[in-house]
Design a protein around this ligand. Sequence first.
Ligand code: NDP
Length: 245
Amino acid sequence: MPENSDNKIVFISGASRGIGAAIAVNLAAAGYDIWLNYRSSADHAQAVKAEIEACGRSCTLLPFDVTDEQAATEMLEPLLIQNVPFAVVHNAGITRDTLLPMMQRAEWDAVIDVHLNSFYILGRIFSRYMLSRRKGRIITIASLSGEIGQAGQVNYSAAKAGLIGASKALARELGKRNILVNAVSPGLIETEMITDLPLDKMLPLIPLGRVGTKKEVAGVVRFLLSEDASYITGQVISVNGGMHM
Ligand code: NDP
């Protein structure tokens, strides 16, 4: 028996790979149908869709760039007229790491756009429909960098800190409508995003002595969507092996 037998839909941005894909499959296993956004990795997205369908759930592929308000609106509005997701997971992300004196304006703008401006774009589209249902969950995937700041990631740290502030503000706006908004803040998680990082220097900083798995992030998202999390809103849940406490 799935955790959620009333056919709830979850929209996840950037779910063709990495943490987003793990969240999608984990939630499908818990009984959710998935609206799966990605930008360009069509083959990866098809593979995730097959995994979701193997769980007996449906997967609607929604390829669009989360920074493109017109594309997001054109793809989502016709679906939202038919069905309103129970939850939205803002997960799509990129890094353009470099020290600030070397950072190009395009590297600053790209990171702010994908993380923070997409929260505005998708948040506005979805929250208008979710308000009328008077229940729902919104999760932002933040980052340890947004909590403590990270050298070489001024753009990324700013975007993630902004997301944490935006999530808390939205939690206050939507609480009376029974829509809970929380941030999940991973530390180092085994995805393509960390392949260029100096892990030998970073592992000693992690009390658990290892990077985290995508499943360990997905499990927290699954909990935050469950009935057991019905009194949790406006929080930042860190999943970082103790790297920051
Ligand atoms: P990956 O690089 O593995 O995957 C990124 C995903 O985001 C892909 O599905 C990609 O789609 C999608 N994406 C990127 N840009 C866009 C866009 N403009 N529009 C739509 N989709 C887009 O990243 P992770 O899984 O590692 O990261 C997921 C989230 O977790 C991010 O928000 C990241 O900042 C955060 N995070 C990750 C950590 C880590 O250690 N890995 C630590 C802390 C936070 P496509 O394949 O089509 O390009």
